[in-house]
Design a binder for this molecule. Structure first.
Ligand code: ADP
Length: 887
């Protein structure tokens, strides 16, 4: 059953990872955003409250002023009414004694409205009754006025606008009342203090004004009672909200009206004492109340009994009162604060939620991130492991497709790639195997030098090494193709011979139209599937071969020339011949071709070499014979020559010494010439003998340790005799007389003599110097450093050009021949060099034309032996000279 898999490509996965990673900063930013929103909210709240406060302060002040104004005008109106009543009464009083004033009830003091009392004060009673109707009309018109009355000094008569006489106590005397006393003393309109009205038993205040007689004396007072309850109700109705309140203060600081004040059910004449705010403990309140009492207007924020309040105030000028409006601060800031705190709560909730999510994300993110990363990297890791296995050669390994994304696609591609790679590698290995086979065959063929053997071997190798059942080799011979060898498998040798015979009976013409001829021309390999009745195949051959199908490939020799062809089939195994088989046989054929050609060439060369070797050997033998003869001849000749020559020199010397009797000067001259030429000839013969000995390797060296100075002394003496008439000085300077060498003494002498006589010979004037110095050189034939003595012969003669440095050491070389007139054989230096080398040294020349030459040769110092004090001394000597410490 197909499993449903979510297809998410890597881009989506990475996006998810990126979103995950972006989530945290997002949350962080949100959190900080909420934080700053909280600050903004607090600021907004504060400024809103500030604005509200200012607005409220203005409106409160306005309201207080409005109220004060209202009460002022009310009081003003009432005062006018009181004063108009008083004016009217004064006019009546001035007009003379009153007439009958009707039946109005009046109160008389003392004793009350008894008939007797009434009779006692007829004038005052009549006057009161006269004014009462007017008062009644006034009171009826004004609702604020609860009671109107007039009282007279005489007898204490009082009359009211209504009948309340019965309610008055017996002792009631209007002249004791505060309003009466105030108006009387003030002699003008007054507003009396609050008290409980005898009529209504309610809190009232009285506006009173005096009445005068014609002499201007106060004879009575008119008063109107105003019910404070009315003002209180008005104040209560003031629209200042539920939390606010208004109050009235009199000029003593006493609260006249306040919302919570009890103003009814009072006892008449009850002592009415309300709170006096000037007595407050709070100095701030006292200062505000002082301002109110002084009639100022304003607004103040205060703390009263733990309440934060606003107090707005304005004066009621008529009465000396002050209206106060109280408004709690909480009523202003409360709603804003409530809204603010509501928002703050929500913000806090939100912030807490964000913080919780942030925290949860912080915990969850690594887990989710790790999972996502694993999700991404696991398939990659598997791919990597798979790749490693494939790299290790396990091409059959298939990686499981885990993720349904690009990596999955990659894995699928990788799997098919490794399969393909496996096939390729198999093929490659197969090819390698074939190549190895070819290489092996080629190596095997290289060892075969006989051409017939090689040719015979090739068809067999095609069967054994390439796996064919039968094979035949054809080579081009003139204009025909000849079957050279065939292999038909074990036990079928006769058939192979028959086949070769059949093939060669009717050889393929290279110009013909057979398949073989085609191949020889085109160089193309051909697989023949239907040889029977094939028009291009000779059927006689086919009859013998009986092949069902076979392959034929050309054989290329040097320079891509086709030299023959190879034919092979799977006659016994009946396998099909593939193009690969054909290709392999073709490669094989190219190896075979080159090998055949090389072997042919080799065989030819070998013949030549054998022939040349025989010739050379004969020549060599002849040369050796001649050389031997020459040496023998030279030895014999020199011996035969030296004997008579010595006789000539000897006898001429005897004659020159006049041992045989006196001789004439002419004879002396002739004898000297004979003697000199004889000596020169002897020298020449000696040199020739030396050379012959050297060439015959018959020179024997007998080395010994000897002091160089001895030989130098002998030789310089001899050479001295050679300087005939030339201004030449011979000068030997050896660093030490005891300087020893290890060499053949006689040969050393001969070497030195040769060099010195050359120096003298090629120098016309100057010096010939002999020097010696030790030097370290590599000994001939070994890589061991060894101490030598370098002996130099320096002259101031004609010198040698550098190009001749080499040749002067060869035999019979004379580079100055015919120029100096000096005689010589050209053998001296050749012999010298040979001797030096035989003694283990070397010789070389340094020279400049016209400046002179220096010939230097080296001789070894004696080797150190266990008991050889002389040699030790010689070594020390040489070493100390080299170190420069020699005495
Ligand atoms: P020769 O018998 O002619 O001296 P050598 O073999 O001794 O034969 O010298 C070969 C040649 O080297 C000389 O003929 C001469 O030209 C050159 N030669 C040898 N020694 C000196 C020298 N000291 N100064 C200049 N030429 C020299």
């Amino acid at each position: 059953m197909a499993r449903w898999r979510l297809r998410l490509n890597i881009r989506t996965k990475l996006l998810a990872l990126a979103l995950m990673l972006a989530w945290l900063p997002l949350l962080g930013v949100s959190w900080f955003g909420l934080q700053s929103l909280a600050t903004a909210r607090a600021t907004a709240e504060e400024s809103t409250i500030d604005a509200l406060r200012r607005q409220t302060e203005n409106s409160l002040a306005e309201r207080a002023a409005d109220k004060a104004k209202l009460y002022n005008s009310t009081l003003d109106h009432i005062q006018q009414q009181v004063e108009s009543v008083a004016g009217y009464a004064n006019t009546l009083i001035a007009a003379g004694p009153p007439t009958e004033g009707g039946g109005e009830r009046v109160w008389v003091v003392p004793g009350g409205a008894t008939p007797r009392n009434l009779a006692n004060y007829p004038e005052t009673v009549a006057r009161a009754r006269q004014i009462t109707p007017l008062i009644r009309t006034m009171v009826a018109r004004n609702q604020l006025i609860s009671l109107g009355y007039v009282a007279f000094e005489t007898g204490g008569v009082i009359a009211f606008n209504q009948d309340i006489i019965d309610k008055l106590p017996y002792s009631f005397d209007p002249r004791d009342r505060p309003w009466y006393k105030a108006a009387k003393t003030q002699k003008g309109t007054v507003w009396a203090d609050t008290y409980v009205d005898a009529n209504t038993l309610q809190l009232v205040t009285t506006c009173a004004t005096p009445l005068y007689d014609t002499e201007g004396r106060v004879i009575g007072v008119v008063g109107f009672d105003i019910l404070l309850q009315t003002i209180q109700q008005d104040l209560l109705q003031t629209d200042i909200g539920a939390q606010g309140g208004a109050f009235l203060l009199n000029s003593d600081g006493q609260v006249l009206v306040a919302p919570q004040m009890r103003t009814d059910n009072l006892q008449w004449n009850e002592q009415f004492r309300t709170e006096n705010l000037l007595d407050s403990d709070d100095p701030r309140l006292r200062s505000v109340v002082n301002r109110m009492v002084n009639g100022e207007t304003g607004i103040k924020r205060l703390m009263v009994d733990q309440d934060d309040i606003y107090l707005a105030y304005a004066p009621v000028n008529y009465s000396g009162w002050s209206v106060g409006i109280i408004y709690p601060e909480s009523a202003i800031s409360g709603p804003a604060k409530a809204v603010g705190s509501n928002i703050a709560t929500q913000q806090d909730d939100l912030r807490n939620q964000v913080a919780i999510i942030l925290l949860l994300s912080l915990i969850a993110l690594p887990v989710v991130g790790a999972t996502l990363t694993l999700w991404l990297t696991r398939p990659l890791r598997r791919l990597q492991l798979g790749a490693q296995r494939v790299a290790a050669g396990n091409f059959s390994h298939q990686i499981a497709v885990e993720s349904n994304d690009e990596i999955g696609d990659l894995v699928r591609s990788f799997n098919s790639m490794s399969v393909a790679l496996g096939q390729q590698v198999d093929e490659l290995e197969d090819n390698l195997h074939r190549l190895a086979t070819l290489n092996e065959v080629s190596n095997r063929f290289k060892t075969i030098v006989s051409l017939p053997e090689l040719l015979d071997m090739i068809p067999r190798s095609v069967c054994d090494d390439l796996g064919f059942d039968r094979a035949a080799l054809y080579l081009a011979e003139g204009s025909y193709l000849r079957c050279i060898a065939a292999s038909f498998g074990k036990g079928n040798e006769q058939q192979a011979i028959d086949f070769i015979e059949a093939a060669n009976n009717d050889p393929v013409s290279l110009e013909g139209s057979t398949i073989e001829a085609d191949i020889m021309r085109s160089g193309q390999a051909v697989i023949i599937d239907n040889p029977w009745e094939h028009p291009k195949i000779p059927q006689a051959k086919q009859e013998v071969a009986q092949s069902e199908s076979y392959v034929q490939v050309p054989i290329f020799g040097h320079d891509e020339v086709i030299i023959g062809l190879l034919s092979a089939d799977y006659q016994f195994s009946q396998r099909e011949i593939t193009p690969r088989d054909a290709a392999q046989l073709l490669t094989y054929a190219s190896v075979v071709g080159l090998t055949i050609e090389n072997t042919k060439l080799y065989n030819h060369l070998e013949q030549q070499v054998t022939q040349r070797t025989t010739e050379l050997r004969a020549a060599m033998e002849r040369a050796q014979e001649a050389d031997k003869l020459k040496t023998q001849f030279l030895a014999a000749i020199s011996h035969e020559l030296r004997t008579p020559l010595n006789a000539i020199i000897g006898f001429s010397t005897v004659m020159l010494d006049e041992l045989d009797g006196p001789i004439t000067s002419m004879q002396r001259e002739d004898l000297r010439t004979i003697n000199q030429n004889g000596r020169v000839l002897l020298h020449l013969i000696n040199e020739l003998l030396d050379l012959a000995r050297i060439e015959a390797n018959r020179v024997e060296i007998s080395p010994e340790s000897f002091a160089l100075s001895e030989v130098v002394g002998e030789v310089t003496d001899t050479v001295q005799g050679l300087i005939v008439g030339k201004p030449i000085k011979i000068h030997a300077s050896l660093p030490s007389q005891s300087l020893r060498v290890y060499a053949d003494r006689a040969k050393t002498r001969q070497v030195l003599l040769n060099l010195l006589s050359n120096a003298v010979k090629f120098t016309s004037e100057g010096t010939v110097a002999i020097t010696a110095r030790p030097m370290t050189m590599m000994a001939e034939g070994t890589q061991q450093p060894r101490t030598f003595i370098a002996i130099g012969v320096r002259d101031t003669g004609i010198g040698i050009a550098p190009e001749h440095f080499g040749e002067i050491f060869e035999e019979f070389r004379q580079v100055h021949a015919g120029r100096t007139g000096a005689r010589g054989s050209g053998l001296g230096l050749a012999i010298t060099r040979k001797f030096v080398e035989l003694m283990g040294g070397q010789i070389w020349v340094e020279s400049e034309l016209g400046q002179g030459s220096t010939f230097t040769f080296t001789l070894p110092v004696p080797e150190l032996g266990p008991h050889d004090p002389q040699n030790e001394a010689a070594q020390d000597d040489a070493r100390s000279i080299m170190d420069g410490t020699h005495a």
